[in-house]
Design a protein around this ligand. Structure first.
Ligand code: FES
Length: 151
């Protein structure tokens, strides 16, 4: 499935042609537009800034904030740090995989959700913790999940 390239033009317009120093900002802009870095978009950004494609992909793989795979409209993260793990987080992952019909680390076919596991998010006293679009849900049990993700 191709991406809508018309949305790249505004990204390019915000960064001066040939400004190699703008690479990270331009990629951030591209990711904000598409929620990931489509290859066609990365190629356009590189051509615009005069940066080799290999450099852009090196940057994109170095920074965890960038994704080269399509991401869901909503990001659901389950903490699998030690405390959350002990308090049942693996069961939450299993239940979310069932509800969302996607494996942890993946994105639903309709691009509505990306399901991720993360290490301690610094809220151990509230374990187990699930974050949806950055909002913390604490003391979560599997039966809470349909209400949290709306499925
Ligand atoms: S282990 Fe989950 S918040 Fe610390």
């Amino acid at each position: 499935m191709g991406v809508d390239l018309s949305r790249i033009r505004p990204v390019l317009q915000r960064h001066e042609r040939g400004d190699k120093t703008a690479l990270v900002h331009a990629l951030q802009d591209l990711q904000a537009t598409y929620r990931y870095l489509p290859e066609e978009g990365v190629r356009e950004v590189c051509a615009h800034l005069g940066v080799p494609l290999s450099k852009a992909f090196a940057v994109a793989t170095f920074y965890k904030a960038f994704s080269l795979e399509p991401r869901g409209e909503r990001i659901c993260r389950v903490c699998l740090g030690t405390t959350c793990h002990i308090r049942g987080a693996p069961l939450l992952v299993e239940e979310l995989e069932r509800l969302l019909e996607v494996r942890a680390g993946g994105t639903t076919k309709d691009l509505s959700f990306t399901l991720e596991t993360v290490n301690c998010v610094g809220a151990c006293a509230m374990a187990p913790v699930v974050l949806v679009d950055g909002k913390y849900h604490d003391g979560v049990v599997p039966t809470d999940l349909p209400g949290i993700v709306g499925r």
